[in-house]
Design a protein around this ligand. Sequence first.
Ligand code: ARG
Length: 469
Amino acid sequence: MADGKQATWGGRFSGGPSELMKWFGESVSFDKRLAPFDVNGSKAHSSMLEKVGLLSVDEREDIHKGLDEILSEIAAGTFEWDPALEDIHMNLEQALLAKTPAAAKLHAGRSRNDQIATDMRLFFKDACVKLGEALETVMKSLLGQARQNASVPIAGYTHLQRAQPVTVGHHLLAHVEAFARDRMRFFEVADHANVCPLGSGAIAGSTLPIDRSFVATELGFVDDQGEPRLTANGMDAVADRDIFVEFAGACATCGLHISRLAEDFILWNSSEFGFVVLPDSFTTGSSLMPQKKNPDSLELLRGKTGRLVGNLQNLYVTIKGLPLTYNRDLQEDKPPVFDSFDQLGIGLAVLAATIDGMEINADRCREAASDPMLLATDLADYLVERGVPFRDAHHAVGGVVAEAEKAGVILPDLTDEQAKGAHPACAALDDDWREVFDLDRAFARREKPGMPGPTQIATRIAHWENLLD
Ligand code: ARG
């Protein structure tokens, strides 16, 4: 830590903070990643100061040039970060001061409070676009597998018990729907972030003739018509951390979806299910058991979801009970959202690659779906179509199932007499009752929206492929 360097607020202090306090209080180690946003904010702010006559054209030019140089130095890894200067804002301002005296005029009309609020809104807008794109990649991977295995029958589960036959297409599209909602959620978070707090100052704005609309427009905080969107209350603007919670919440919800999908595939990959073979590139072996191939990428994805949920919880606890407005506690708001962004971004990439590399074992899927018992509900529907009230039909088919279990045969292997004798309502069974157990018929009769009928699935795949192209 550089000796003798003073944070920019040093004027009223006779002594500097202790070494311990400097190390404890610094945030530059994690907020330095905000440099591109902080520089953009400073460029917009200085352009505005020039526009209202508080900077000369030359001064504004020097500031912009200096900031660009700083960004290049950061990119080249030659910029020297100094924790003694606390945070990103003061590190950049001091570096700029070494390049041009005009830097001393840059902070007029702003505070680090509205500065960090602005930086983070710019960060969230960018992060939401990136995560939206990462989600699209995952959706495309799922769609690829769904298209390839659209009509492969597979058992669908409730209570982890085989429930009804569906198709691999139907099952994978269920996950696509969830990720599509996540994608929309990130777009909404980006929209909520799209309001400019700069000009709120510490809490009460500034007596200087600043032009908030100009800055907002420069930074892209505009509506569909290009009109600037400004925060409406300076105290709220610097105290508000809703957007952090919304972003971390969107990440956590997406994590829930990832972890549920991961769990599906982990089960499918087990010898017991055998529905899928995972790629070698995203599995690992055991140090002891030579036969093992463990679904590590999926397990890690499931595990990291705990972290995403924890980050959201972290924010709730940090923000709870803070008096208006800015309190230094709020410096702790950044690590959890950065972590959620980083982990979700890499997690989505790993998920997409895992899905791309996996192979569906169609025979095993078909086998699991082939138990006629899974179409017992269809037999009840058959009776309903012949006038039997559903509750009676349900009982009647229950009787048929019991009869089959007693006889030790699968449902369609019962004789007509055994089936019809199972319950009085079974008198409604015609000679064609066994056709119910034809899987193709079962799917073909499920062609309403949301169902696994082949046309439905094809339509839905086309819908998503169009949207994502
Ligand atoms: N590094 C600070 C943070 O992340 C920036 C705002 C500091 N404001 C202040 N009044 N100390 O919260």
